[in-house]
Design a protein around this ligand. Structure first.
Ligand code: FAD
Ligand code: SIN
Length: 532
């Protein structure tokens, strides 16, 4: 597989910093883990742009937890397993749903304010949840959480270094020693030594032409972890959110599933309500089912969208103010007209394989949040389980690291001694070299076309060949960051295409038109990739 171990070499004379917990990423997974870790040692958070740039800040619908007396962790477990289509790890799901309510309460104590009704938290419903169990802050839940966590980090003087880009994980003898980082402000590479490194770098939405994800979602942690020797698992399972506003934008504005949870209905171009033809749960069927149904309606009408009808929803502009404001800014008033919607890449179910304590197979290296694959999502994530996963496993990582990390010795000398220069990948400098931004654009087109909502063998083989070619010809301009990002995107994309090619069945979010049925006899297992 097309992967070189290190994108940039280390130098003995480079600046070296040290800390106890090195956390890469400032989304919910990174910041919550940082706050917990600060109770035990020195914490450094690195983030590649500003602390505002994350998927977390964009989350709308909310965070799922069985906090109501008519709900229970068991019901939440059942719904999560059902959505995961046979590939969830039941033990991991059990951890998620039983530890989730306590973590959510802590989030509230940290200052995240969720909507209240009659003196108790207001809960909404989203697709494939059997109960209303989504806590939310109107339709800007992620921003409420993000702001509270950032404020807590300031209050506890936790250092968050912006514009600091993880290049690679530093290892010696299969143990993690720290990370190699590019400080974009100073335009220099820096080494950070740490007893525990936590990759909380988020997802991979930017691999696709249309996505709900922000620019930062380029799978950097997946690339770095994979190069260091971690396993990537379940990478064929990419969730496409059914309803984003169908505008000319590439990063498309999400119309939360909570809208359908509270009465929004889907119509095709003939004005027909179509979801009941695909699933008895109608608009509240699991996301993959709704996304494929919409795709199908789009194909049969020859249009690039269907419609979401919110006109009959009383008070919708007050309940969903962020969505209302953003739709108005784009020229749509949902109180009076239909919204054109279509699916877009939204969430990566796969990622760096971890155990129940967030550990990867490299000692001292952890993964958390969307970058991790803990086993809770299986083939399809249940709505609003992602924010929850970040905090439940963030706590577990800190508990585990705190127990074992103090006995580990780490040092820059060990890193330099075991650094293998043979693995360093030089950018291509021949006459057919591709600018990173051009390679990124071609990759996004290819992934949308061939590794998207509906896949088949021919398309996946085409995608694999295009990705190999882009990787072979990837050049580097004056600024190394686009190069590092695209190298990571290509690594993640290649594994995704291969996994999708190998899985000759349809399950959850992975749909093969040439193998349209699930095949439990042969495929009830995970595809795991590791660098040779
Ligand atoms: P992120 O929040 O994406 O943070 C990743 C961090 O890593 C960022 O700070 C980024 O800058 C940093 N980073 C990345 N690469 C590097 C690098 N090389 N070096 C340094 N730093 C790096 N989930 C729910 O549960 N409920 C919802 O309602 C919901 N709504 C959503 C709405 C939208 C529009 C989107 C996009 C997602 C939504 N999700 C929702 C999914 C959820 O928001 C994400 O899965 C979750 O926030 C991921 O958190 P995270 O901390 O793992 O990653
Ligand atoms: C949404 O609000 O529809 C997104 C929820 C999620 O991704 O979990």
């Amino acid at each position: 597989m097309i992967v070189s171990r290190y994108i940039a070499p280390i130098r003995r004379d480079m600046p070296v910093h040290s800390t106890d917990f090195l956390i890469i990423g400032s989304g919910i997974a990174g910041l919550f883990t940082a706050l917990k870790a600060a109770e035990h040692g020195r914490v450094t958070v690195l983030t590649k742009k500003t602390v505002r740039d994350s998927s977390t800040g964009l989350a709308q619908g909310g965070i799922a937890a069985a906090v109501h007396e008519e709900d229970s962790p068991f019901l939440h477990l059942e719904d999560t397993l059902e959505a995961g289509a046979g590939l969830c790890d039941p033990e991991a799901v059990n951890v998620l749903v039983t530890e989730g309510p306590a973590r959510v309460r802590e989030l509230m104590e940290m200052g995240a304010r969720f909507d209240m009704k009659d003196g108790t938290v207001a809960l909404t419903r989203e697709a494939a949840h059997s109960k209303a169990r989504i806590l939310h802050a109107a339709d800007a839940t992620g921003e409420a959480i993000r702001a509270a966590l950032v404020e807590q980090c300031h209050a506890r003087s936790i250092a968050v270094h912006e514009n600091t880009f993880l290049i690679d994980v530093l290892t010696a003898d299969d143990t993690c020693q720290g990370a190699l980082v590019y400080d974009a402000g100073r335009r220099e590479s820096v080494a950070y030594l740490a007893r525990a490194v936590i990759l909380a770098t988020g997802g991979t939405g930017q691999l696709y032409r249309y996505t709900t994800n922000p620019d930062i979602a380029t799978g950097d942690g997946l690339g770095a972890g994979f190069r260091a020797g971690c396993e990537l698992v379940d990478m064929e399972f990419v969730q496409f959110h059914p309803t984003v506003l169908a505008t000319a934008e590439r990063q498309r504005f999400l119309i939360s599933e909570a809208v359908r949870g509270e009465g929004g209905i889907l119509l095709n171009h003939r004005g027909e309500r179509f979801m009941s033809r695909y699933d008895e749960r109608g608009e509240l069927a699991p996301r993959d089912v709704v996304a494929r149904a919409i795709w199908n309606e789009m194909l049969s009408s020859g249009q690039d969208h269907v419609f979401l009808d919110m006109r009959g929803m009383r008070g919708a502009a007050q309940r969903f103010p962020t969505i209302y404001r953003n739709c108005i800014a784009r020229g749509f008033d949902f109180t009076r007209e239909l919204l054109p919607v279509s699916p877009a890449a939204h969430y990566m179910m796969g990622g760096l394989r971890t155990n129940l304590n967030g550990q990867t197979r490299i000692a001292g290296l952890y993964a958390c949040g969307e970058a991790a694959c803990t086993g809770v999502h299986g083939a399809n994530r249940l709505a609003s389980n992602s924010l929850l996963e970040g905090i439940v496993f963030g706590q577990r990582i800190v508990d585990n690291a705190e127990e074992i990390m103090w006995s580990r010795s780490i040092g820059f000398e060990e890193v330099c001694r075991s650094f293998d220069y043979a693995w360093v990948r030089e950018p291509y400098r021949g006459s057919h070299a591709l600018e990173p931004l051009e390679a990124r654009r071609r990759l996004q087109e290819t992934m949308w076309e061939h590794v998207g909502i509906i896949r088949d063998e021919q398309g996946l083989k085409t995608a694999a060949a295009v990705i190999d070619d882009l990787y072979a010809r990837l050049g580097c301009g004056d600024d190394p960051l686009p190069y590092y990002e695209v190298a990571n995107m290509l690594t993640a994309a290649r594994v995704m295409a291969q996994a999708a090619l190998w899985r000759q069945e349809s399950r959850g979010a992975h749909f093969r038109r040439d193998f349209p049925l699930a095949d439990d006899l042969h495929w009830l297992h995970h595809l795991v990739f590791q660098r040779r």
